[in-house]
Ligand binder design. Structure first.
Ligand code: HCA
Ligand code: CU
Length: 442
């Protein structure tokens, strides 16, 4: 049976993931000589997002390349396989207001179209040269045509560079388009918006178009992608575009788990309805692994925020983790039991643990070899042995790894606690040759 958007009751917050569209425009893919995600990477990413609870996934228009067109059907199949388990997930195609893009998306089986045309002076002068009247007419004619031919599609229209578009200009275009679409986008294409500006703009749009949802997409050029998204959501924006780890063009956009985490801290629990927040750190590690990098230290849902290096801090943390950990990161899966070390750990996690946390001098190839040994031994661990202890022993005894020299004042320091209860009896302390102590759940 066909499922349509009209049967769907949107939640308080709907994440529109654009890791495979905006995210693929990230220079990180080039830095890591990867350039694009493989088909199986894409399928894995889509599956993870669906299991996390995301219901809207944005993809490129199939006209972008033959590879993107081919991948669309692989992604669609992965989506279909999860319908029974997780419900329906809508695949949206990011299209220019151009019939070729629209036709290709419809043919590929997209559930909706995310259409856009630049509306700022900069877009008008340097991108397409159309006047606001021409933009409006072009978008309106195409959308009316699309609605007639494909009434089931979910439609969104964005004035690209909306935050450098004067409010009167945006209204002039949106007044005509709003009655025709489900959502109006407000992309901060070049990352100029401030939280106060976002609040004002979103309130104005909500007031003028009370029957049309607004959608956000905030670039991080000023480091405001998280706070701007939060401000928008708190001012009535229901749909927000994010990517895993916030990857995207230049410094990227809002990270999915960063906004989820902040909503939790702000007690906006109703907005987290239907999302598997405990899967937040696992999905970040998974994405980092796909990018051949570590979860960035600036990512709120990261192990870094549970890592304590300074001796005085560590001492306090031993007494009570709350001294330097104000936030419930364990609820977001930053806990050893969720992700860190076990038979399913990838070599990236093992590398992260041994290099970043234990301070071992270890390269990628050795990390892969250690991982293989660990996976064999971890199944034979006696109950109650922390996996970290097994791993450290493999690194030191089987591979002869040496720790980077740790200055005396930090020896005896606790670098990490991954504790999610206050019961000290649950915790073990592991020392290794660096003289640093890890404190983790037994
Ligand atoms: C782009 C620009 C875009 C579009 C966002 C949107 C932006 O790369 O095409 O469609 O709402 O930041 O404006 O990502
Ligand atoms: Cu963008």
């Amino acid at each position: 049976m066909e499922f349509t958007f009209s049967q769907y009751q949107p939640r308080h917050l709907e994440i529109i993931d654009t890791t495979l569209r905006e995210g693929q425009q990230s220079s990180l893919l080039h830095d890591h000589h990867k350039y694009f995600f493989s088909t199986s990477d894409k399928v894995d990413i889509v599956r993870s997002l669906i299991l996390y609870g995301v219901k809207f996934i944005e993809l490129f228009a199939p006209t972008v390349s033959t590879q993107e067109a081919a991948d669309f059907s692989a992604i669609k199949q992965a989506r279909d396989e999860l319908i029974t388990q997780r419900g329906y997930t809508f695949l949206l195609s990011h299209v220019r207001c151009h019939p070729d893009d629209v036709e290709s998306a419809v043919k590929a089986g997209a559930d909706g179209l995310n259409m856009y045309i630049g509306t700022s002076d900069q877009s008008i002068a340097h991108k397409h040269g159309m006047t606001l009247n021409q933009i409006t007419r072009k978008a309106r004619d195409l959308i009316e045509q699309v609605k007639k031919s494909y009434p089931h599609l979910i439609l969104r229209f964005s004035g690209e560079d909306a935050f450098r578009t004067r409010e009167v200009d945006l209204f002039r275009v949106y007044d005509e388009i709003a009655p025709l679409v489900h959502r109006l986008g407000t992309p901060d294409t070049v990352g100029v918006a401030t939280p106060a500006f976002v609040a004002k703009r979103i309130r104005a749009l909500r007031e003028r178009y009370p029957d049309t949802d607004v959608e956000g997409h905030f670039h991080d050029d000023r480091g405001y992608a998280t706070i701007n998204a939060l401000e928008a959501v708190q001012n009535g924006m229901r749909f927000i575009q994010t990517t895993l780890l916030g990857i995207g063009e230049r410094s990227g956009i809002t990270s999915m788990t960063a906004i989820m985490f902040n909503l939790f801290v702000d007690k906006s629990y109703e907005k987290l309805d239907g999302y598997h927040i405990r899967g937040s750190y696992p999905i970040n590690v998974f994405m980092a692994d796909k990018l051949r990098k570590l979860v960035p230290s600036k990512e709120p849902v990261s192990l870094t925020n549970r890592t304590h290096a300074a001796g005085v801090h560590s001492k306090a943390v031993i007494n009570d983790a709350g001294t330097y950990e104000a936030h419930p990161l364990d609820q977001f899966g930053v806990a050893e039991t969720e992700v860190l070390l076990g038979p399913l750990s990838g070599w990236n996690v093992i590398h992260y643990f041994l290099h970043e946390i234990c301070g071992f001098d270890i390269d990628d190839a050795t990390a892969k070899a250690v991982t293989a040994t660990f996976k064999k031994k971890v199944y034979n661990m006696p109950p109650g042995t922390p996996p970290s202890q097994v791993l450290i022993s493999i690194a030191e005894k089987d591979f002869g790894l040496h720790a980077i020299n740790v200055p005396d004042e930090f020896r005896g320091a606790v670098v990490q606690t991954m504790t999610d209860t206050a019961n000290a009896a649950d915790f073990g302390e592991i020392s290794h040759s660096t003289g640093i102590i890890l404190r983790s759940k037994r």
